[in-house]
Design a binder for this molecule. Structure first.
Ligand SMILES: NC(=O)c1ccc[n+]([C@@H]2O[C@H](COP(=O)([O-])OP(=O)(O)OC[C@H]3O[C@@H](n4cnc5c(N)ncnc54)[C@H](OP(=O)(O)O)[C@@H]3O)[C@@H](O)[C@H]2O)c1
Length: 330
């Protein structure tokens, strides 16, 4: 069999992870070190201990992890030093935020230009395979996609006009970035495979709470969620990191991969959290505004066929809540 990534039997070698300091990135770095790889991880600011200390504390980090400074918004910040010599690149670095002052500058530019710069460096450094962390947001919402039609990942793209109209800039930026990545890969002959995770939850060892974890935190604190345009279901962070590795290591993995433990509406999510945690003032959502979204217990068939098994909802939620408690956040 052709070795597209490193086959499971031949682990090791150098890999680069951009956005290694983040919620998903830190889990990916951790799992890669555990699997024997040497990792070059990028962080925005090497002087900021909040971005580096939790990575340097990982098992194997002292000998097999090297951190590089890389800012997608800084044109003088080169991607090459971190990527040089790597057999594979996982591109995760991207601003993840629901609210911005200047979406063009804060979201679109780093997502789009940043992705292309990383892929350009990957191509120039003869990287064997690149894994792009896109999002389920690059697939949905798409009103033209029948709600009862099972998702075919490679065909289903979020509707750009609708995203512009609703001003969901984060979703727009991820969709444009993924489209540009596919164009680049095809034109330049770069081996690319894409992961499209949903709202990612789970235990964290980053010193701060990112945007997706904050959704659960807000819910537990009794705040109302207005995410009808973006929420399509959750997935455990360890499954996202593991899926990215499976895509890298498995030569048969091709195209786009929806990564959701279950596809569900926001109303379902809030109800389940309210049922699990009656001691918290969870706001149940009364009006289901997500008629466009099919409910599906197995939306990630492509990943399941590659051997990925998803952590159950109550395990993910309890372990996330335990982390919130131990950090004194609730
Ligand atoms: N969490 C989710 O629900 C979810 C769902 C679908 C897709 N994703 C995608 O998964 C990836 C990782 O997200 P995450 O959940 O781990 O978010 P996160 O915790 O906010 O991490 C984002 C990472 O990107 C880095 N980054 C942001 N802006 C940057 C810039 N201008 N230059 C260089 N690096 C920059 C951050 O670096 P600093 O730590 O230095 O700021 C951090 O390492 C992103 O591509 C995101 O779009 C996430």
């Amino acid at each position: 069999m052709e070795a597209a990534g490193d086959s499971a039997g031949a682990r090791g070698g150098l890999l680069c992870v951009t956005g290694g300091s983040g919620f998903i990135g830190s889990w990916l770095v951790r799992l890669l070190l555990d699997r024997g790889y040497t990792v070059h991880a990028t962080v925005k600011n090497l002087q900021d201990e909040g971005e580096t200390k939790h990575l340097q504390a990982l098992d194997g980090a002292d000998t097999r992890l090297r951190l590089f400074q890389m800012d997608l918004l800084d044109p003088s910040s080169s991607m090459r030093p971190a990527i040089e010599g790597a057999r594979g690149v996982f591109h995760l670095a991207s601003p993840l935020t629901l609210h911005t002052q200047d979406p063009e500058k804060e979201l679109l530019e780093p997502a789009l230009k940043g992705t292309l710069s990383v892929l350009r460096a990957a191509k120039d450094c003869s990287v064997h395979r690149a894994v792009l962390m896109s999002s389920k947001s690059a697939m949905l919402p798409n009103p033209a996609w029948p709600a009862d039609k099972v998702m075919v990942e490679d065909d289903c793209w979020a509707d750009l006009e609708l995203l512009r109209e609703r001003q969901v800039q984060g979703t727009l930026s991820k969709t444009l970035a993924e489209k540009a990545a596919w164009e680049f890969a095809e034109k330049e002959g770069l081996q690319l495979v894409v992961l499209n995770p949903g709202t990612t939850l789970g235990p964290f060892f980053t010193p701060s709470v990112n945007t997706s974890l904050n959704i659960l935190l807000q819910l537990l604190r009794g705040q109302e969620l207005e995410l009808d345009a973006v929420y399509t279901g959750w997935v455990d962070v360890r499954d996202v990191a593991q899926s990215a590795i499976v895509l890298y290591e498995n030569p048969s993995a091709k195209g786009r991969h929806l990564c959701l433990a279950s596809m569900e509406r926001l109303v379902d999510f809030a109800d389940k959290i309210a049922d699990m945690y009656p001691e918290f003032p969870v706001h149940r959502i009364k009006a289901d505004k997500q008629g466009w979204l099919m409910r599906d217990k197995e939306p990630s068939k492509k990943l399941i066929d590659l051997g990925v098994r998803f952590v159950p909802f109550d395990v993910t939620i309890r372990e996330t809540v335990d982390c919130f408690r131990s950090e004194g956040l609730i």
